[in-house]
Design a protein around this ligand. Structure first.
Ligand SMILES: [Zn+2]
Length: 224
């Protein structure tokens, strides 16, 4: 069976990807990143999801010595109550400088070390077009770099990053998650942390829009 690495953040997209690949019987090895996020809630969801899915994982702890993101610096205010149109213009303050490039580089090292052929990345360009490191051309270009910069690439067996959800809408992602048996109550999208999602940050709003369009309730916000 072919081996693959998957990046799991605890959010809706990586949770769906995890269950989608489990259904396809891919032999998964997950990476979870504790990068001193604003809150630990999403990280807890990642670990809970992986335990239920019985997927082995490694947790990588790192702390960026730089600031500049609302996700790592509590002094930076989280954008709230923005319209979808507003969200899709410019790069939001929740962008973490080069975070996904760093994570994918670490995942490449892990994949090469354990003999995995693929890295599954739950990026989604449609609903988060503000993030340059979630776009197809970024992934394509990184695949070229991996080909040139790794031993496996030199041996013509380059590791490949795949992002099957990159061009899906949030509604479509939710539908795939449901078909694959994902418990949405175990995922977390809110940028704020806490016991209940804030309902106002970009991530909460996009998630709510997705569930409304998919036509069923989000167990995370509806269960008492
Ligand atoms: Zn929120």
């Amino acid at each position: 069976m072919s081996k693959a690495v998957i990046l799991v953040s605890g959010g809706l997209d990586s949770g769906t990807l995890l269950y989608y690949l489990k259904k396809k019987k891919v032999s998964l090895h997950a990476l979870v990143f504790d990068y001193k996020q604003r809150h630990k809630r999403e990280l807890k969801s990642a670990v809970a999801l992986l335990r239920v899915a019985k997927v082995p994982f490694e947790k990588i702890e790192l702390e960026f010595p730089w600031k500049g993101s609302a996700l790592t610096d509590k002094k930076v205010k989280l954008p709230k109550k923005r319209s979808v149109k507003r969200m899709s213009t410019g790069i939001p303050s929740t962008y973490v400088p080069a975070r996904n490039l760093i994570f994918l580089s670490l995942a490449t090292g892990y994949a090469e070390a354990i003999g995995a052929e693929k890295i599954y990345y739950g990026a989604n360009a449609l609903d988060y077009s503000g993030y340059p490191d979630c776009r197809p051309d970024f992934i394509e270009s990184l695949n070229q770099t991996i080909k040139k910069g790794t031993k496996r690439g030199d041996e013509k067996k380059a590791i490949k990053i795949e992002a099957p959800l990159v061009n899906k809408t949030k509604k479509e992602i939710i539908e795939i998650g449901k078909q694959c048996g994902l418990d949405f109550g175990k995922t977390w999208s809110c940028y704020s942390g806490g016991k209940k999602p804030c309902g106002e940050c970009d991530s909460c709003l996009i998630r709510a829009k997705g569930f409304t369009e998919a036509g069923f309730p989000d167990p995370l916000t509806t269960k008492k």
